[in-house]
Design a protein around this ligand. Sequence first.
Ligand SMILES: *Cc1c(COP(=O)(O)O)cnc(C)c1O
Length: 824
Amino acid sequence: MTDTPLISSPEHSVEGFVREFLRELNFTQGTVLERASTNDTYLALARTVRHYLMARWMETTTAHYRRQPKAVAYLSAEFLLGRQLDNALLAADLEEIAAEALASLGLDLDVLRQAEVEPGLGNGGLGRLAACFIDSLATMSVPAIGYGIRYEYGIFRQTFVDGRQFEEPDHWLDNGSPWEFAHPEHEVTVSFGGHTEKYTEGEGEDAVERSRWVPGWQVLGVPYNYMVPGYRNGRVNTLRLWSARATHAFDLKIFNYGDYAEAVRAQTFAENITKVLYPEDSTPQGKELRLQQQYFFVACSLRDFIDQLLPEGFDLHRLHERICFQLNDTHPVIAVPELMRILVDDHGFAWDEAWEVTRRCFAYTCHTLLPEALEVWPVELLGRLLPRHLEIIYRINDEFLDEVRETFGDDELLVRRMSIIAEHPFRAVRMAHLATVAATKVNGVAELHSQLLRDKVLADFANLWPDKFTNVTNGVTPRRFVRLANPGLSALVTEAIGDGWVTDLDRLRELEPFADDPEFRRRFREVKSANKQRLVELLERRDGITVPTDTMLDVMVKRLHEYKRQTLKILHVISLYDRIVSGELDVDQVVPRTIVFGAKAAPGYVMAKEIIALINHVGTVVNAHPVASRVLHVAFPANYDVTVAETLVPAADLSEQISLAGKEASGTGNMKFALNGALTIGTDDGANVEIRQLVGDDHFFLFGLTEPEAAAIAETGYRPSAYYEENPTLRRALDLVAKGEFSGGDRSVFEPVVSNLLGEDRFMVLADFQSYLDAQDRVEAYYRDPEAWSRSAVLNVARSGFFSSDRSMRDYLDRIWHAEPLGD
Ligand SMILES: *Cc1c(COP(=O)(O)O)cnc(C)c1O
């Protein structure tokens, strides 16, 4: 490749910015300032900012191609990016210039920011993690590419009607998408269906049996590139998301037969593949379309990497020297048989050679501990959609099970447990087993989670290959979740210790002495208070919700799932309400709190939706009660997303991380809150364990069963009703719900929630209730002492640098990828 001269970046000045912005508004948007809508000006602004990053992007891409360093491909069905404008302004060091330039034209940057619709291409934690990781890789100058799906509709928009969740489509592309670059000229053909044929290659001694896939139908994948700008380091990596189109041959053929309707139907069929994000979170749905999505995006991505990013004639025997494909959960695992197919069928590799390469190219991150969340695909479906891949999976399994028998002898029970193919309740491919067999490394996402993977979920595999298993504790990007989300705290920290922390978050340690400085604490409280004010304004503007300012802000935001135990939180609220209303608690002695919930439920998850309704109904009653509302306020803004998180997290005093121990793999919400100076009330679960170890027991409110305790209770038979019978406070709270206090006297409305808690209570809400209430009493007592509380809050910030996703990336690089940042 020769050096083509790059167009130079626009001038890095207010004047340069104004010129570029007006040019965009006039030439691209086709309008003049006086008549431009907010969306016009937003689009022109986005493109202007983009231009400042363009040269760095082309340079980074060229350097990767020319130097061919070992790279990382992060394969993820979800990237929950959040808004792009602010992050791009920050990366390009344009925040002040843009604000001034716009002001000189009579425009307000803050208003334009709000015109951006966030790309919600993920459900929650898993997709947000992927977004944090690619941000860190770019900031650390690591050659990396993200591969995923460009859903036309991202995660549904949540609304409440009479307190119940309704889902509306997320039209995120409707107003234009200035951050993406379509490249239809790099389209990739993806095949599905059909059958396989055996044939013999060569003759006599050299004859080999081979298999060939004769597909039934094909679709095209069109790549859309997104910039992933590093923080002021001159690097811009790429996120490549795939969109499905009908093949040209397909519609041509049908047009020739004159069947227009059929041609359109075929096109719709193809384009359905990337139409919508599945709104399930931590439970797989056995949907054919979902398997199509998974294969579609990994087939596109592997082809793209091999054909576009490697030099021509590259020897694929050395593929592992150039790439590690990181599998973000099991959604991309079909990439394993796909690479085998490419090497064996397309490139003529012998099976063993191909396997040797394949098993060095993949690493697998497991994200769950819930057995029902481990993805399986019915053999019938997989064989129909991907017949050649099923053959390959069977052969991988045969050879793997031979290895198991060689190592452990003929223990058929063990063989059945470990097999990639499950026989019951129907014959199915266990994607986690396939991933574990193929991967060089398998990692959990927090110390406790990785331990439980080794000891329980994948224990047989850990016995066979102890060295394969490792841990990388999750992290979050300090650029988005501190520097951008919390400008007040960022300025305060930078004034105290300089701005090196933005890319070296361990430096927050240098704040520790400031925790003992009363003036610093006062200013910290001022920042917190200003952040609460911002939140109050957002809730008013966005949701028409009025909440008091300057109360303790107690926040539980995350997907609605029974294991996360939003019910435990709402039982605490109900109990406070009950004790205030009954006079047991003197209202003048209660610390005023605002409790904020944010949570979407999967549309088919009935119990989760009931819990949402319960929270909303309790909120209505509490907020309307003349006495209780003096100290308690419940707010549940609809449609919790990254944008809301960015205002909510910096305002929080108390972070609710209350899952049953042993159920939350890591959590990343917990890290965002600690880094923004909220104290955590939490169980010994996921990364809470590490947060508590780092910030110290005195600055964390621990409660509840430990994982071994919960496991022991489950073993001997858990009886939730015993807790109900023995604990009058709990009984009164549950009875209030049962007798219809929050449903206008109708006892039937929340009966399913109550009887579930009294009957099964799979996540032991009742067992942890009293311990939780006691911890909340400690919270309340501590909060009365603002000096002690803010000292602990500052220490939470100072000691949470470990939870930067930059550190996670360093751990992946050292333990799994063995790749390095690319020097200049
Ligand atoms: C961080 C984040 C999550 C993950 O929250 P957890 O508490 O770890 O489950 C989910 N959704 C959004 C929008 C987030 O920003």
